[in-house]
Design a protein around this ligand. Structure first.
Ligand code: 3PG
Length: 359
């Protein structure tokens, strides 16, 4: 049997090996590695364009990391010559593990192209989607592929859905949502749906800049998404939506929340009985702008009474490992950012819907 596993290696350096997304991927892979069966791993990394195939978004650096974890060779499939790839897989001995290059280098991936789905499916006999974090996307390696071979959800997805359902079945108040990061339309769109249930929404990152600007504040040359402001009337008007008061800046650009904001947010977080957090508060790639996120993480992890969900690639990379390692049982670390928020808002996740149809 040859299995195709869609997992999530969309994880930035440094600290990949400790990142919960990577740990989740490794757990799924280990469950599928066997002495007889072959395994093909699919993932995307970043948002490359199929025309440019940006080299820094190759999955190749993950080969040694995965080999080290699973203790066996991982063959890297560095091109998309599907007939040739099929031959390589067929002639490989049982138990072989392959990693295909970034599926977002492929034309048709984002368009859920049927022919691409057929080609990807032709590499194996069954498909397992264990990439919860991308399940809000209707892409060929998540959706079209399911039309051609038996497809099911993997253990990580089942685990996350079960826990997300449990936490949301009886949300306790005060219910606090923290939203930061860069993907504004994904996050603020879904926030509209969660807003009626929330008691407070604390904003950082580009979502904060966007709302600040919509409320008439001068954000200088900072990043904001003005295109979606017209759809965010409820959020911009809502008193529950709290924005930063002070910032760490460079050349008129906001890069992090400041100490007064940290204090204000910490007080709100301390009273919460349910917390959802997705997205760093600042540009954490630069150490000097990682402070706000670290302080918010400290406040979130210190509240041991709240049921908490923390998710998203950038958030998990930005939260110090010492917090993740010692987190209480009340904290669910989700691999999903946008997918997690949509699920919590009761929205369908297209990649999971595709799996249902094959059952
Ligand atoms: C994520 O980081 O949320 C997933 O990897 C999906 O990435 P995307 O927002 O680029 O589709």
């Amino acid at each position: 049997m040859t299995s195709i596993l869609r997992t999530n290696l969309d994880i930035k350096s440094p600290g990949i090996r400790k990142n919960p997304r990577f740990r989740a991927a490794v757990t799924s892979i280990k469950l599928l590695v066997s002495p007889d069966d072959k395994l093909i791993i699919l993932s995307h990394f970043g948002r490359p364009s199929p025309e440019k195939m940006e080299k820094d978004l190759s999955l190749k650096p993950f080969v040694p990391l995965l080999q080290r974890e699973i203790g066996k060779k991982v063959f890297f499939l560095d091109n998309f010559d599907f007939p040739q790839i099929r031959k390589s897989i067929e002639s490989a001995p049982g138990g072989s593990v392959f990693l295909l290059e970034n599926v977002r280098y492929l034309k048709g991936e984002l368009e859920d192209d049927i022919e691409l789905g057929r080609n990807l499916a032709s590499l194996g006999e069954r498909f397992i989607n264990d990439d919860f974090a991308s399940s809000h996307r209707k892409h060929a390696s998540l959706s079209a592929i399911t039309r051609f071979i038996p497809s099911s959800a993997g253990p990580q997805i089942k685990h996350e859905l079960e826990h997300l359902r449990l936490i949301m079945a009886a949300p306790e108040k005060p219910f606090v949502i923290i939203i930061g990061g860069a993907k504004v339309s994904d996050k603020l769109g879904v926030l509209k749906k969660l807003l009626p249930r929330a008691d407070a929404v604390l904003l950082g990152g580009v979502p904060a800049n966007t709302v600040l600007q919509a409320r008439g504040r001068d954000i200088g040359a900072s990043l904001a998404d003005q295109d979606i402001v017209s759809q965010l009337h409820e959020i911009v008007q809502s008193e529950k939506v709290i924005v930063p008061d002070d910032f760490r800046k460079e050349k008129d650009i906001i890069y992090d929340i400041g100490p007064r904001t940290v204090k204000k947010y910490t007080a709100v977080i301390g009273t919460a009985r349910n917390i959802i957090w997705n997205g760093p508060m600042g540009f954490t790639e630069k150490r000097k702008f990682a402070r706000g996120t670290r302080d918010i993480a400290r406040a979130v992890f210190a509240n041991r009474h709240a049921k908490t969900i923390i998710g998203g690639g950038d958030t998990l990379s930005a939260v110090p490992y010492r917090f993740l390692k010692n987190s209480s049982k009340n904290i669910l670390i989700s691999t999903g950012g946008g997918a997690m928020l949509l699920f919590l808002a009761g929205e369908p996740l297209p990649a999971l819907e595709s799996l249902d149809k094959t059952k």
